[in-house]
Design a binder for this molecule. Sequence first.
Ligand code: DX5
Ligand code: ZN
Length: 239
Amino acid sequence: MIYSNKTAADLLRTKPLINPSLLAADFRNLAHDIRHLEEAGAKILHLDIMDGHFVPNLSFGVPVTEAIRRCTDLPLDVHLMLSEPQKYIKPFRDAGADFISFHIEVVPAPRQLFDEIRKLGAKPGIALNPPTPVESVLPFVNDCDLVLTMSVMPGFGGQSFNPVALEKIRRIREKAGENVLISVDGGVGENTIADCAAAGANLFVAGTALFDSPNLSERLRFFEELVLYAPSKLPQHNG
Ligand code: DX5
Ligand code: ZN
């Protein structure tokens, strides 16, 4: 099995980090879309795993993750939307996952699962839904590699961004060390990505808004520029 050995710190050296969500790719030909994303300069890929229980939808699982792994050396950021993530950590790691995130709503004391993920050689992440208070993850943000702030209720692509995520990102940013990936997921696109960057996100999951474009590399570049020139990153002017 080929894994990406890239750490969160390695990835953060190549800013800005747009994280294409394969949920919006063409499932008839994932290999084609992945090649296209690589050529467009993507540095990481986001895989949405749904169980029809934690979320009201199903997506894909271990065999498709394994097939994706065989298409690319890019780090695979696997987002487990599962009621019982602890049962599936090893199968997804064996399938090639590099970052493995699960939800605080189902694992309120996540340190043990972080350790299990690390023992398997992967990097753990914790996700939280829009109604979940940010205080539930704050004690753990420096015990994992990635904090996944949902800006929609998980389960479907193409939903509208909920700005409740922005204040959470600010709070996570205040607490998290500089090598923690602060990811935002859901409705991220040209009208929302700069606000996420200004709030402190450094990893931007984008599905619909990216794959909507006939020119993936142009769209990717456009999003990168919006992140680079987000308000808080502009030089301060006097007067
Ligand atoms: C939602 C998933 C997201 C989704 C984002 O359940 O976790 O990763 O693919 O899709 P867009 O960018 O279309 O909102
Ligand atoms: Zn996701």
